[in-house]
Design a protein around this ligand. Structure first.
Ligand SMILES: NC(=O)c1ccc[n+]([C@@H]2O[C@H](COP(=O)([O-])OP(=O)(O)OC[C@H]3O[C@@H](n4cnc5c(N)ncnc54)[C@H](O)[C@@H]3O)[C@@H](O)[C@H]2O)c1
Length: 248
């Protein structure tokens, strides 16, 4: 019960890593707000994982981020922990990636982290709260067919450091950097591949630990960084990648 009565907002928590994170916080006593692009899905998941409320906002705009944070703060009666998890990924070579796709990925992955954080900052400062961002192994190494996604995750990694400096000593800011995690994001990519079986095998064999991560394994790292056990940790990234970034 490390999070008894802590007020927690997890963006993009209708499925995958976000959902597992919302569930884990709720299981340890947190008062959690679930969020997704659709309010009906968010409310359903909130009921399923023992969260207090579900909200639907598109976080590609500053107004969406401000709306979400204001709604969550109002309903939870404040905010102690913000997990900036919402994000999109798909693989497409540069010649197939147009301006609209570029803007959308930058807005959902990077702009949302900045504006959700900006909106939550007064509350987090007041409550000595903390933030956990979702970066990726793709933030520290290149990934074929994912030029823009790699740029967004590198941005989150270094935003985490700069935020940690600016918000200290009241607010800690860290990120987790997952490897391949078995979620819809990855399963959709596998389904779209020319040879889905080969793509699945490649993704499974890629990590030295020879499997994808489970969403719960990423949630465990997020909860650790958000917990009092990590009270002296800020501005860092926790790799949860089965060894992919350890070297070859
Ligand atoms: N799955 C992986 O292998 C992996 C690896 C490294 C990092 N990550 C990162 O972890 C995070 C979660 O990934 P996942 O695999 O659970 O993804 P997912 O696709 O399963 O879930 C993404 C969530 O983000 C929300 N979302 C998407 N677009 C949104 C928008 N415009 N506005 C608001 N919410 C939006 C969705 O509603 C959903 O709840 C992402 O930031 C992703 O980049 C994932």
């Amino acid at each position: 019960m490390r999070f008894r009565d802590k007020r927690v907002l997890v963006t993009g928590s209708t499925r995958g890593i976000g959902r597992a994170t919302a569930q884990a916080f709720a299981a340890e006593g947190g008062r959690v707000a679930v969020h997704g692009t659709r309010v009906d899905a968010a409310e359903t998941v909130a009921r399923e994982v023992g969260a207090v409320a579900g909200f639907g906002f598109d976080l590609a705009t500053a107004a969406g981020c401000e709306g979400l944070v204001a709604s969550a703060v109002k309903l939870l009666g404040g905010l102690d922990i913000l997990v900036n998890n919402a994000g999109i990924w798909y693989s497409a070579r540069t010649e197939n990636f147009d301006e609209a796709a570029y803007d959308r990925m930058m807005d959902v992955n990077v702009k949302s982290v900045f504006f959700c954080t900006k909106a939550a900052l007064p509350e987090l400062r007041r409550n000595a709260g903390n933030i956990v961002n979702l970066a990726s192994e793709s933030g520290v190494m290149g990934q074929y067919g994912a030029v823009v996604y790699c740029a967004t995750k590198a941005a989150i990694l270094n935003m985490t450091r700069a935020m940690a400096l600016e918000y200290a000593p009241q607010v800690r800011v860290n990120c987790v950097s997952p490897g391949t995690v078995d979620t819809d994001m990855v399963r959709l990519d596998i389904a779209r591949a020319d040879d889905p079986e080969a793509r699945l095998a490649a993704m499974t064999d890629y990590a030295p630990l020879r499997r994808m991560a489970k969403p719960e394994e990423i949630a465990a790292g997020i909860l650790y960084l958000a917990s009092p056990d990590a009270a002296y940790i800020t501005g860092t990234s926790l790799s949860i990648d089965g060894g992919t970034t350890a070297g070859h």
